[in-house]
Design a protein around this ligand. Structure first.
Ligand SMILES: NCc1[nH]cc(CCC(=O)O)c1CC(=O)O
Length: 311
């Protein structure tokens, strides 16, 4: 009898490849007889060099990957949960088989000159295409010059080394995955820079009717991460946030209790609506809904639409 095969579809960036290797090594422990094949694709977002908002949504990061899965040319996709659209459900026929143990959720500053945020001179060019990061930084350093900065993490580090910008904000987990944590000059704690929904979480997505794959992937799911993801995803869904929304949402377990902190920012960072609740008797999804509604009551929808209509 030939050994069973699992085909993993992935984007072709070094970060995506590292994520697949993590899944492969976990599977080597949980399903030692399984043969794992990798199916690489390049997504529209990988080829796009303009602004994320002009590209028109997070789904550009995942669409081509999902198409390969839907066509049956692969069995599982490994997605950064952060890149998965929050305002709409998964594509028809798809399900999340599990979430891996969460990585570092924090953002960090990378400055080739070795500076911290407070040490950057006025007018320093800071590369980020994330409206959340930009709003959060502008709130404390409105004197910085925020510039469009795209490309995968390796390309961003090259641009930094080439002096295209003076500093950039990147995810710690992403730099860990490509083996470049050495580039970090300052790490921002969640209290300073609230992480985005799904930060540091890898999602295993497969066809909902593929019981064999669901069985193979089940042992890789981390129940703690699952609860955090459920709270954060519902939070984003209720806010109807999309790619150009300055929204942060971070759920963490504190003394066995799930706590969700959420924030919505104006693009200039001058307005910040915040809410935080613990789950008590709530399910994670109810907690997500409750924190989102607390922000809606403060006027979050107006701020989100104003941000969406700003070019
Ligand atoms: N937008 C690209 C992206 N998607 C997920 C991560 C980081 C890893 C993660 O949070 O899972 C990154 C890179 C970054 O923001 O620096």
């Amino acid at each position: 009898m030939s050994s069973p095969v699992l085909r993993i579809v992935t984007r072709s960036s070094p970060m995506a490849r590292a994520q697949v290797e993590r899944v492969r090594s976990l599977l080597a422990q949980t399903s030692p007889d399984l043969e794992v094949e990798v199916v690489p694709v390049t997504t529209t977002a990988d080829r796009w060099t303009g602004s994320l908002s002009a590209l028109g949504g997070k789904e550009n990061f995942v669409r081509e990957v999902d198409a390969v899965l839907a066509a049956g040319a692969a069995d599982v996709a490994v997605h950064c949960l952060k890149d998965m659209p929050g305002e709409k459900p998964l594509p028809p026929g798809m399900t999340i088989a599990g979430y891996l143990v969460r990585d570092d959720v924090r953002d960090c500053l990378v400055s080739p000159a070795g500076l911290q945020l407070a040490e950057l001179p006025a007018g320093a060019r800071v590369g980020t295409s994330s409206v959340r990061r930009r709003a959060q930084l502008a709130a404390v350093r409105p004197d910085l010059d925020f510039v469009l900065f795209r490309g995968n993490a390796n390309k961003r580090l090259e641009k930094l080394a080439g002096g295209e910008v003076d500093a950039a904000i990147l995810a710690v987990s992403g730099l860990d995955r490509i083996g470049r944590s050495d580039a970090i000059t300052e790490i921002f704690e969640p209290e300073v820079m609230l992480p985005p929904v799904g930060a540091g979480i890898l999602a295993l997505q497969c066809r909902a009717d593929d019981d064999a794959t669901l069985d193979i992937l089940a042992p890789l799911n981390d129940p703690t991460t699952w609860r955090e993801a459920a709270a954060e995803r519902m939070f984003l869904h209720v806010l109807q946030g999309h790619c150009n929304s300055p929204i942060a949402g971070y759920a963490a377990h504190v003394d066995d209790e799930l706590v969700l902190s959420g924030a919505v920012y104006s693009l200039d960072g001058k307005t910040a609506l915040t809410a935080a609740e613990d789950s008590g008797a709530f399910t994670p999804a109810d907690l997500g809904m409750s924190v989102a509604l607390a922000l809606v009551k403060q006027g979050a929808r107006d701020i989100i639409s104003a941000a969406a209509s700003t070019p």
